[in-house]
Design a protein around this ligand. Structure first.
Ligand code: APR
Length: 240
């Protein structure tokens, strides 16, 4: 089965890869859903919404600082590196990720659409100031904008918020005109990311899912591999 996927990748004109938290699980970063997922211990509505931030910016920042501390020493795994290699191998490539951990960039991927933002970036709620900040711990919680003194927030997409327009437009466009899409490590329950594989399939792409569990998109995929991202990367590598 992986051999067939490898052939499709080698023959493709435009490859799009969509990733979720599952691809970073083997780098030691917990997923959100599933048995030991983050949403088992924390309530998204208390931490990952604009209302939670308005109500208690200190609590929300303490949670993001804790996630930054969890992520800061994690390394990309073989699956991240394989995706970076595929980018150089095929005529046209785009990576669309829901992850905010920055591991794809660390692995060398360049053509990345970060649908849900990036945990290492902060932006001001009152002006257009934004910055990358890898300092741990933060100098102050919640951090203040050096330009206007307003509150800085994590530059990530929260529940109830629209995705960055340019990122979503690009993700829709590339999903519509790719001929192969690899969907790796996502539970495919959060919109609009979960619709991208359906869009690709309806536009004629060969869609491959890599996930130890079945998901709501499993049935529409041409191939759905019940395996982890690293196992898939090692198997695909053998046939490239
Ligand atoms: N390799 C590949 N997939 C794996 C692995 C692995 N080793 N281990 C677990 N998975 C799968 C799980 O089966 C699950 O389907 O990864 C998926 C992770 O799903 P979620 O935790 O829901 O993560 P994701 O799909 O990225 O969530 C989407 O929801 O909470 C929001 O903004 C957050 O971007 C996130 C969005």
């Amino acid at each position: 089965m992986v051999e067939r996927v490898a052939q499709k990748v080698k023959d493709c004109k435009k490859l799009v890869v969509l990733t979720g938290a599952g691809i970073s699980k083997e780098s030691g970063i917990p997923t959100f859903r599933g048995k030991d997922g983050l949403w088992k211990k924390f309530k998204p509505e208390e931490l990952a919404t604009p209302w939670a931030f308005q109500r208690d910016p200190k609590l929300v920042w303490e949670w993001y600082q804790w996630r930054r501390q969890l992520m800061h020493d994690k390394k990309p795994n073989k699956a991240h590196y394989l995706i970076a290699k595929l980018e150089k191998m095929v005529p046209e490539f785009w990576l669309i990720t829901q992850n905010i951990d920055g591991l794809h960039r660390l692995a060398g991927s360049e053509k990345i659409i970060e649908l849900h933002g990036n945990i290492w970036w902060e932006r001001c709620v009152d002006c257009s100031y934004r910055r990358e900040n890898r300092k741990l711990p933060l100098d102050e919680i919640p951090p203040r904008c050096p330009e206007c003194g307003g509150l800085l927030r994590p530059d990530v997409v929260w529940f109830g918020e629209a995705l960055p327009e340019d990122a979503l437009d690009a993700a829709l466009r590339h999903s519509q005109d790719c001929d192969v899409m690899l969907v790796i490590g996502t539970s495919a329950v959060v919109q609009p990311a979960a619709s991208l594989p359906v869009l690709a399939k309806n536009s004629g792409a060969f869609v491959v899912e890599v996930n130890p569990d079945e998901t709501p998109i499993t049935d529409i995929c041409d191939v759905s591999l019940r395996m982890g991202a690293v196992e898939f990367a090692e198997a695909l590598q053998r046939h490239l």
